[in-house]
Ligand binder design. Sequence first.
Ligand code: CTP
Length: 407
Amino acid sequence: MLQDKTILLGVGGGPLTSTAVEVLRTLQRAGAGVRVVISAETETFVPGLTFRSLADGDVIMPGDLYGRMGAQDFHSLHGLVKNADGLVVVPATPALIAKAAAGLADEALVRAMLLHDGPTVFAFVARAAEYRHPLARHNVQRLRDAGMILCDAGVAETDDAADELGWNIAAATVVDAVAAALRQTTVLSGRTVIITAGPTQEPIDPVRHISNTSSGKTGFALAEAARQRGAEVVLITGPTHLQAPAGVTCVPVRTAVQMRDAVRQHVAAADVVIKSAAVSDFRPATAIADKIKKEDATLSITLERNPDILAELGAAKGNRVLVGFAAETRDLLANAKRKVSKKALDLIVANDVSDPAIGFASDHNRVHLIDAAGGVEPLPVMSKRALAETILDRVQAVLTQRQGGTA
Ligand code: CTP
């Protein structure tokens, strides 16, 4: 997996800086070319010359981006980042984790993290008390929510002085995490993924419509995560307040019929379709051209059925991976299982929308995943970004299995 890949190694400063040297050598032994950016703290522990002697190319030294770092260095930083397949930060100290979580790009290493578009792995090292501190946990969560991978020794049992988390992190573990992250990127790389998101709006008159409370957050998180895994993403979205992720083809629509047309237009090229949109099942039979006046209004609106886009996709599925969502307020699993077989899905994300603490407007959700064989996987409460990553992991497993490989 690492053969001929280019890995950018970001080196933090701490007692485990020497592990970064080992990671560098292990990556090289696995066939990767390693470029290095060192942090402001690194040279207190290991001189930059060590990395200069071992790296496959220039080593970017720390420095104030707008001060000490010259234009030449800045140029090489861009070049390094552009050509990197993955970025790994060893040791990722609490200070580096905090800077990364805040996007505080006051040194070359953090700037590289922000410029990098591929998988990023942090080998997190901290003392137990630091690790457990709410601010550290908050920062770690922010990185995870942004799709980054934290590699650590887990929560320590004691506050013993010798108990520095990450003392247990072997270079091989870090390199395995990098290989896994690259593998994750590779399966979807170059594939076309259609994601539908948000609600639809079905006009009653020019200023009124039927809709629902879907925020679009899960669909947008899926689009961003799939893009970062190298997929060509077409995001077909109903009206939301969200900004489309960079690098994604965004097709804004309003109604279910428009969403169906957009899906039909793009589906021929798609390897995967994920239908996270909350499509209105019904629309007013006639949309009135002028605003309805109080005195004109009848008391009822006649509705007609919208097309079931997902069922149409299921009926002409081909080799595509098809993922649906089920929003239920009762009999969650039974209803979701029924939809898996009725719409020929590979996976359904079953969402209990009766719980106001999670679901539509929230940044978090708790769902069950149900596969084509009826297997149920209950997931814990997680951020929508983390959920997106989990869904994509399962999609990749189906794609790999379909090709007769291993995930
Ligand atoms: N869906 C769709 N087109 C529709 C309605 C739903 O493509 N007209 C898709 C949604 O995007 C979602 C899945 O079908 O992925 C399930 O939507 P949901 O509303 O939970 O279920 P329905 O199939 O509409 O069934 P019901 O309303 O009876 O629960």
